[in-house]
Each structure stands twice: as structure tokens, then as C-alpha cells.
Design a binder for this molecule. Structure first.
Ligand SMILES: Nc1ncnc2c1ncn2[C@@H]1O[C@H](COP(=O)(O)OP(=O)(O)OP(=O)(O)O)[C@@H](O)[C@H]1O
Length: 216
């Protein structure tokens, strides 16, 4: 998979060059570099068939994504986009290679029905905040701000099953925003959306990118 050809950057990266030493293999690495949101080096992923043969899915993928930018992974069916995204999200372990991701990170699934699961919009966006030890008022304020950012504050008390696909996507993004994620991974965001919802959802992401850039 030829990553440089598949990625389209919103702006050219202005970041230091890769280290010249060969990267260590076989581990996740956590490094501190505020300019970098994601860096993968020589990522490989193979699956084992029933006969025990190894089938390579990703071969030597290296990528570097600066903070505060919106990037899109493009490529033909079956080239490995979802596999790479699942590795970045921590849902799959690479067979070898090293990976750095800024934390906290959030992953928005292709189908929001797999993610938006609580009875109401407010409950769903609050769900991930349980681990943050916030007061009730802080939770309410955080949820309200996140829903406002995605244009869904009027839907706070709505049962989630009454929302459209695009509205559920935006609730899923609000959940990620509420958790103040530094990296947001989105899998085929627009698959279930009509043109209007696609435009609205992409607008939310562009606004988020802008907000992130100004908060660096
Ligand atoms: N668990 C698995 N077992 C067998 N093959 C797999 C498995 N997971 C992925 N593959 C194969 O790996 C390749 C990459 O799959 P992946 O879903 O990452 O592609 P993609 O680029 O996201 O495709 P699409 O654009 O069609 O969604 C495909 O050929 C797929 O059949």
C-alpha cells in the first residue's frame, strides 16, 4: 500500500524529518512530540489462514500526521484502509512496526448504531465521561458544549432511536469531543449519510480542526 499516494493532507506538514536510525520492530511506542498526532513506522499486518499460511494485509506502512489537521485516507476497495484505521484505533495489533498516537484518542465507527447505544442523546454523550471524575454540573456543561459544537443541543433529551443516521454520527462525534480527544479517527464517515448530512458532518469536522489548531 502506497500511503503517500493515498493520503491527502489539508496542509503540507511542517515537521522535523524522521529519525535516520532504523525503527525498532514489533512494539507500540509512546513518544512525546506535540507536533505529531500520529506516527507509524514500518507497520505490518498479516492474518493467518486456516492452513497456517500468513497473508500480508499491510506491508511496511509508514505515516506521519501532524496535530491540528484533517487527513483523509483514500484508496481502492480492499487496499487496507480499515485495517490501518483499526490498528491506529488499537482494535488490532500490528504484526510488527511501531506506532505513536497522541492521547486521548477516539474512534467513530462507520455505522453509528454500533456506538450510539444509550437511551438518550444526553446519556450517550455523558457515557465516556464516567472515567473522568467530574461533578454532575461539569458533566452537564461538557455534554452541552459538545452537543452545541455538532449542532445537536436541541436534541439533548431525544431517544437515540428517533435520530437519523447523520444525527447519530454527530452524537458519536460529540461523545468524542466531550472526552477532549486529541486524535479523532473516523471510519467511512459518510457511508450512511445523505448529501445534506454529509455536508453538515464534514462541516463539524472542519470547525473542529479549526478549534484544535487554535488551541495548540
Ligand atoms: N480477518 C480477515 N481475514 C481475511 N482477510 C482479511 C481480513 N481482514 C481484512 N482482510 C483482507 O484484507 C484486505 C484489506 O481489507 P480492508 O477492510 O482493510 O480494506 P479497505 O481498504 O478498508 O476496503 P474497503 O474500501 O472495501 O472498505 C482485503 O483484501 C480483505 O479481504
Amino acid at each position: 500500500m502506497d500511503l503517500p499516494a493515498l493520503f491527502r493532507a489539508a496542509a503540507p506538514p511542517n515537521i522535523p524529518p524522521l529519525h535516520s536510525a532504523p525503527p525498532p520492530r514489533g512494539n507500540y511506542i509512546i513518544e512525546k512530540d506535540n507536533n505529531i498526532a500520529i506516527e507509524g513506522r514500518n507497520l505490518n499486518f498479516s492474518i493467518k489462514t486456516r492452513k497456517g499460511d500468513l497473508v500480508p494485509i499491510l506491508k511496511d506502512c509508514s505515516l506521519r500526521i501532524p496535530s491540528g489537521q484533517l487527513w483523509m485516507l483514500l484508496g481502492p476497495n480492499g487496499c487496507g484502509k480499515s485495517t490501518l484505521l483499526k490498528i491506529l484505533a488499537g482494535l488490532l495489533n500490528p504484526t510488527s512496526g511501531t506506532l505513536y498516537l497522541k492521547r486521548p484518542k477516539s474512534f467513530v465507527f462507520q455505522n453509528p448504531d454500533h456506538q450510539v447505544v444509550m437511551p438518550t442523546v444526553e446519556a450517550d454523550v455523558s457515557f465516556g465521561l464516567g472515567k473522568l471524575n467530574l461533578t454532575e454540573d461539569e458533566v452537564k456543561c461538557t455534554v452541552s458544549k459538545a452537543l452545541d459544537a455538532v449542532g445537536m443541543s436541541a436534541y439533548m433529551q431525544r431517544p437515540v432511536q428517533t435520530l437519523s443516521g447523520g444525527q447519530k454520527q454527530r452524537v458519536a462525534i460529540a461523545g468524542a469531543l466531550a472526552e477532549a480527544c486529541k486524535v479523532l479517527l473516523l471510519d467511512e464517515l459518510t457511508t450512511f449519510l445523505d448529501e445534506t448530512d454529509q455536508a453538515r458532518t464534514l462541516l463539524v469536522l472542519v470547525v473542529m480542526e479549526d478549534l484544535t489548531e487554535h488551541s495548540q
